[in-house]
Design a protein around this ligand. Structure first.
Ligand code: ZN
Ligand code: ZN
Length: 264
């Protein structure tokens, strides 16, 4: 471990990014994820369910306010039931939409979240919003037609605005957008934008998420090694999350991440 990483405490005993079937594209009840975390020997998990606002022309992959009511009700029951076994956090993965900023801020302000992850899954285009994180053919087609390089420029600019304006606690899967397009790569301009974004993360006191779903999708965690090195040089705290959409994905590949960060 180099000097710069010596003070980076990476807690791989808590999975800080887990979904449930409430978001309509994951399997399993909240309790299934809790039991999976216990089986994995984790000390804690944080549910981080999807909040989106003002997204048109897409199937609903997020929770309504009523869904969040049920989420908190069940989450608090589980916190009580399993309090001797592990800690359970109730968080939100807020997908930023510049056109709905005020609504998002007021929705976030209505509840007591244990974690507010910032992400951006959808970008506006002439033909409705494009889901940058979908592997479905119709989304990939729209992304190719809009120009992946340009979309990524807009994606990083949008994240920068989100970090500067939302009351977040961490930035999620930073370079995960468009990873289902095999020809995608980061240009020098993208890397400059990422550096600005990391500076904003640092300034706002956020953490940066290492998301292990990248290991399955592209053979490397989100964000990649070069970006993690930049984050470490800015002394940004790192946290780990599996982004589990299935209970068996809870805590996956955390050992590998611990080793990776120790070697950076
Ligand atoms: Zn999801
Ligand atoms: Zn997620």
């Amino acid at each position: 471990m180099s000097d710069s990483t010596a003070d980076i405490l990476l807690h791989t005993t808590i999975d800080r990014h887990v979904h449930t079937k409430l978001c309509h594209h994951a399997n399993g009840e909240m309790e299934d994820y809790v039991l999976a975390a216990i089986r994995q020997g984790l000390e804690g998990l944080i549910f981080l369910e999807h909040m989106e606002e003002g997204i048109n022309g897409n199937e609903k992959t997020w929770l309504t306010e009523e869904d969040f009511d049920s989420y908190f009700f069940e989450g608090k029951r589980l916190q009580e039931k399993y309090r001797d076994r592990l800690s359970i956090g109730l968080g939100v993965e807020c997908g930023y939409n510049p056109d709905s900023r005020q609504t998002l801020i007021s929705r976030l302000g209505r509840r007591d979240w244990d974690e507010i992850g910032i992400s951006c899954h959808f970008l506006k285009s002439a033909r409705g919003h494009i889901n940058l994180f979908s592997r479905k053919e119709h989304n990939l087609k729209k992304a190719k037609e809009s120009g992946p390089e340009h979309l990524l420029n807009t994606y990083f600019d949008t994240l920068l605005e989100a970090v500067a304006t939302l009351p977040g606690t961490k930035l999620c899967h930073l370079d995960g957008a468009l990873r289902f397009l095999p020809e995608i790569y980061l240009t020098d301009m993208h890397m400059e934008k990422i550096d600005q974004l990391l500076l904003a993360v640092k300034k706002r006191g956020l953490t940066l998420e290492i998301n292990t779903s990248g290991l399955v999708i592209r053979g490397e965690q989100f964000p990649n090694r070069a970006i993690l090195q930049m984050a470490i040089s800015h002394r940004i705290p790192l946290v780990v999350g599996s982004d589990a959409h299935n209970p068996e994905q809870v805590g996956q590949h955390f050992d590998q991440i611990k080793e990776l960060v120790e070697g950076l």
